[in-house]
Each structure stands twice: as C-alpha cells, then as structure tokens.
Design a protein around this ligand. Structure first.
Ligand code: MN
Length: 206
C-alpha cells in the first residue's frame, strides 16, 4: 500500500476546507524516523503518540500520556494513520469537525527500532502488525526504550487496545506525565490554553 492509500481513513474523517489540519502527501521523510507526541484537548483530553513507519505516522491515543516509569502501563488505543506533516500540527481544529479542539506538540524527536527478541529479520512495521515492537526515543522530553504491545483485538471488527510501557533502562525514572493543562509545547512553549487563544480555528479566519 502506498502512503496515499494508507491515508484514506484519515482524509475520509476530515473536511479540508474547514479544518486547518494537513491533507498529507508532501512531507519528505528525514534521515531517522521521527516520533511526535501531541496533547489534544478534544471531547476528552488525551495524548496522541505517533511513530513514522513506512511513510505515515502510526498513531495511538494515550489517555494518560507516556510515563518514564516502567511500572506504569499506559493504555494506547490505535487511531488512523496520519500524514507525516501532522508532526508539525499545532493549532485549533474547528468546532463541528472530527477531533475538534486544541492540539500542541508536546514532544518530538527521532527513534530507532530495538531488535525484537524472537525474530530479528522482521521490519519495524511487521513487528507492529504482529502486535509488539520496542524502540528507543530521542526526544526533548522522552528518552530511552519504550514498547508498544497489543493486548486485545486484532481480529475482524474487534477494537484493538495496546499498552505503551517504558522499558527498564538507564533512562527510566519515576516521573509521571506532567499535567496536560500545564504542559508546554516543545515547539512554541505555549500551553493548550494559549494556543486556543492565539490560533484561528478555521481556514481563512483571522
Ligand atoms: Mn487526538
């Protein structure tokens, strides 16, 4: 599947004349695959955890956000693949649109896949498809090994559920995720509230 095809669900949920979100299809991929964590103040406040895989951002909604503590098992619900340009998105999704609400880029950086214990020949995308992958994050806030593991679903029509867990390594700690309302954008230093005040929510509005 090309990355264009993989974005069909993403595009199908959105009206690009009404949302300031990117349509996708232009961003070149960097040297190392990227990751981004956004905070999204939608119907429910959550973190969106995204990893660049094969030309798109594989995405999970993580209600409590990632933790540096290996004891914390954070629920991660898969959402549709997003275009690579989405890593730059910080702003307000207009009322009435899918995911309406404010988004900040909380953390970003690059990652590298960590070799699987069972089959080292598997690509990172294949490992994810089989329901388990671990990777090393080099972000501004998040560092070290993390693993994503599917624990439910995967069958036809079944909603998948995953866990995002910090691995026990030298970057593990006991810091939980900071309060999403007080957290600041790694890009602009702004809080959710600040972005909501400053950004136009619709294309073309002042
Ligand atoms: Mn979201």
């Amino acid at each position: 599947m090309t990355s264009r095809d993989r974005l069909t669900t993403y595009r199908g949920k959105r009206h690009f004349d009404r949302t300031v979100e990117p349509q996708g299809g232009r961003a070149p991929s960097g040297d190392a695959p990227c990751f981004v964590v956004q905070i999204h103040d939608a119907r429910t406040l959550h973190f969106d955890f995204r990893l660049e895989v094969d030309g798109v951002l594989k995405s999970w909604s993580v209600p409590k956000g990632p933790s540096a503590d290996p004891q914390d098992k954070r629920l991660a619900m898969p959402t549709e693949d997003h275009p690579l340009e989405y890593r730059d998105f910080e702003g307000v999704i207009a009322e009435g649109e899918y995911g309406a609400g404010t988004v900040i880029v909380w953390d970003e950086g690059s990652y590298r896949p960590l070799p699987g214990r069972k089959d080292r020949s598997r690509t990172f995308g294949e490992a994810l498809e089989r329901g388990h992958a671990s990777f090393w994050l080099d972000g501004s806030k998040l560092h070290g090994g993390y693993a994503l593991t599917r624990f439910r679903g995967g069958g036809p029509g079944e909603r998948e559920a995953w866990l995002l867990v910090k691995e026990s390594d030298e970057r593990a700690g006991h810091r939980g995720t900071p309060d999403a309302h007080r957290a600041r954008s790694v890009r602009s230093g702004r809080t959710l509230k600040r972005v909501a005040q400053e950004e136009p929510g619709e294309q073309g509005s002042p």
